[in-house]
Write a new protein. Structure first.
Length: 192
C-alpha cells in the first residue's frame, strides 16, 4: 500500500493572509512572482517563510507521505512557489477553475468534491486553512469507510507551523503502508 497523499494548499498555509493591519508575519519574506495567467508587467507579491522549505523537505524525506499541491495555484505551485522554498518539483491536483464568489459555495471547501473523486480510496492528509465543519465531517466519514483522511487547518493569518507538520508525521506513522523511497521529485502521483 502506498503512503497517504499529503495535499498542500498555498494561500493561507504557505502564504498567510495579512492581519487586520495589513501585515504578514515577521517570519515571512516578500517575493514577486508572475503566475501563468498574468503578464510580466502585472506581477503578484507574496510572502513566504524560508523555514517552510526545510521543514517540508524533512517530512517529504521520511517517505511517510506522497506530497502534492492542492491549490488554486495549480501548476504555478511547482514553477513559482516550490523553487522559492527549495522544494523539488511536486505534482498537483488539477483543480477546476469554478466561477464562484465564496470558497464555500455548498457550505464546504470548493475543492472537496474534486479531491474526493481524485483520491478514490487512497488515504490522505490535507493541509488547508479553509475547511468548514462539513469538511471535517467528510473526513471522518471517509475514515470510517476505511479511507483514512486527516485535515490539518492552520490559522490563515499565521500559516503553517512546525507543529502542523509534527501532526502530519504522527498521523502518517499510524497508517498501515510501506514507506516510499526517499523522494526524488519523480513522484508516481496521478496528479498533473
Amino acid at each position: 500500500m502506498r503512503p497517504p497523499y499529503l495535499l498542500l494548499d498555498i494561500d493561507g498555509v504557505l502564504i498567510p493572509f495579512p492581519d487586520t493591519e495589513g501585515s504578514s508575519p515577521a517570519t515571512h519574506t516578500r517575493h514577486t512572482v508572475v503566475p501563468a495567467d498574468r503578464s510580466a508587467d502585472n506581477p503578484v507579491s507574496i510572502w513566504l517563510n524560508p523555514a517552510h522549505g526545510p521543514l517540508l523537505m524533512h517530512v517529504i524525506r521520511t517517505g511517510l507521505v506522497t506530497p502534492l499541491w492542492c491549490t488554486s495555484w495549480r501548476h504555478d505551485a511547482t514553477k513559482l512557489i516550490g523553487p522559492l522554498l527549495g522544494l523539488p518539483d511536486l505534482p498537483h491536483v488539477d483543480l477546476p477553475r469554478p466561477q464562484i464568489t465564496t470558497s464555500h459555495p455548498n457550505g464546504y471547501l470548493w475543492k472537496r468534491d474534486h479531491v474526493d473523486t481524485w483520491l478514490g480510496d487512497t488515504p490522505a492528509i490535507w493541509i488547508d486553512d479553509d475547511f468548514t465543519n462539513l469538511d471535517h465531517e467528510w473526513a471522518a466519514e471517509r475514515t470510517a469507510r476505511g479511507h483514512a483522511t486527516a485535515l490539518v487547518q492552520p490559522d490563515p493569518h499565521i500559516g503553517l507551523l512546525a507543529e502542523h507538520l509534527v501532526e502530519v508525521l504522527g498521523r502518517a506513522a499510524l497508517l498501515p503502508f510501506t514507506p516510499a523511497a526517499a523522494f526524488d521529485g519523480s513522484s508516481e502521483a496521478k496528479a498533473t
